[in-house]
Design a protein around this ligand. Structure first.
Ligand code: ADP
Ligand code: MG
Length: 352
């Protein structure tokens, strides 16, 4: 029986999922990352049917008639709309399972979830994943998955520090011996920075921007630390007084000012987590540096700012947006090794 189970495990198409507030990524064992799409779903309110998921749904943002809702089922790192999350997960899992005969076997699934998620919400993610067809479900705290994805030696007796800034949450964690030693999960991350840009431009120029435009501005010329080269950008929105379209040229210094408050909160919390970390581990982190992951970690000069505020070296990792899903992939490929770090959680298991 055991042998049969081994064969079963070998050929089943195990899946790793980064259920992010901004982006959902799916990794398939032996194949790599096969899905990388926005966590967005468009529904027809009249009949409850799915109109689009992912990139297609994103195109509809801000352009829908009243009977269509386009929403992000995960807000602030929390499953805010259980049914929509379930539909989205089912869609992605089925998309991966469709194109092979091994789809007959239900997969084992490793899901990365924000560390601030409650036990009830974790239960919800396990239920959703099981009803989407998973045979076994394992949960991994996102900062742990990101650290594994960054190839940090998480199981060793050494301090590893990861700062993963996503859309809804920023996860700050120190990891040693396979566990999280100190951590914080903030609701200040990429989305909040988009709001910062909207507010700043409204207050200074009486100009109303859409969220997508604000995000484009943040990505193009946003920074956390003064840069050598000055940047500017023409931005378009609606004049709040005349109600008509208006153009303004905005500089990188202004966007830096807009983001300053959020950036300071993140850096301040990184500092606080370091202060809660035992000194031996701080020594290790001092040598290896703090690792920046997630889309929000890409902001220009954030590494310099955190380094200045904490007195620690900071490294941007390669391909930071895929760190978590690559981490879930590494867990899948080495399940027996990581199983020691798994704790029971009902039918599912969890790495924390
Ligand atoms: P999540 O894990 O919550 O799904 P991601 O790690 O995918 O989030 O990151 C998404 C966030 O990263 C968004 O807020 C997006 O605006 C931001 N982002 C992506 N690329 C960049 C960039 N080049 N510069 C600044 N922010 C970025
Ligand atoms: Mg993430």
């Amino acid at each position: 029986m055991l042998i049969l189970k081994d064969i079963f495990n070998k050929i089943s198409k195990d899946i790793g999922i980064d259920l992010g507030t901004a982006n959902t990524l799916v990794y398939v064992r032996g194949r790599g990352i096969v899905i990388n799409e926005p966590s967005i779903i468009a529904l027809n309110k009249k009949n409850g049917q799915i109109l689009a998921i992912g990139r297609e749904a994103r195109k509809m943002v801000g352009k829908t008639p009243s009977h269509i809702t386009v929403s992000r089922p995960l807000v602030d790192g929390v499953v805010s709309d259980f049914e929509a999350t379930e539909m989205m997960l089912k869609y992605f899992i089925n998309k991966v399972r469709e194109d092979s005969f091994t789809s007959l076997l239900s997969p084992r699934v490793v899901v990365g979830i924000p560390s601030g998620v409650t036990e009830v919400e974790k239960r919800a993610v396990i239920d959703v994943t099981q009803s989407a067809g998973a045979r076994e479900v394992y949960l991994v705290d996102e900062p742990m998955a990101a650290a594994i994805g960054a190839r940090l030696p998480v199981e060793e007796a050494t301090g590893n520090m990861i700062v993963d800034i996503g859309g809804g949450t920023a996860e700050i964690a120190v990891i040693s011996l396979g566990g999280i030693v100190a951590s914080r999960s903030l609701k200040v991350a990429g989305d909040k920075m988009n709001e910062d840009v909207v507010r700043f431009v409204r207050n200074r120029y009486n100009l109303l921007l859409g969220e997508k435009t604000a995000e484009d501005i943040k990505i193009s010329i946003g920074s956390a630390y003064p840069m050598e080269q000055e940047l500017e950008m023409v931005i378009r929105g609606r004049d709040l007084i005349s109600g008509l379209p208006k153009e303004v040229v905005i500089g990188d210094d202004e966007i830096r000012e807009a983001l300053a408050h959020s950036v300071r909160i993140i850096a301040g919390n990184v500092k606080a987590v370091i202060e809660e970390t035992p000194p031996e581990l701080v020594g290790d982190i001092m040598q290896k540096g703090i690792i920046l992951a997630g889309g929000g970690g890409v902001i220009k000069g954030l590494d310099q700012l955190i380094a200045e505020q904490t007195g620690m070296p900071v490294r941007k990792m390669e391909d930071p947006l895929t760190a978590v899903v690559r981490g879930t992939g590494i867990v899948l490929e080495n399940l027996s090794k990581f199983k020691e770090m798994l704790t029971d959680l009902g039918d599912g298991k969890r790495i924390r």
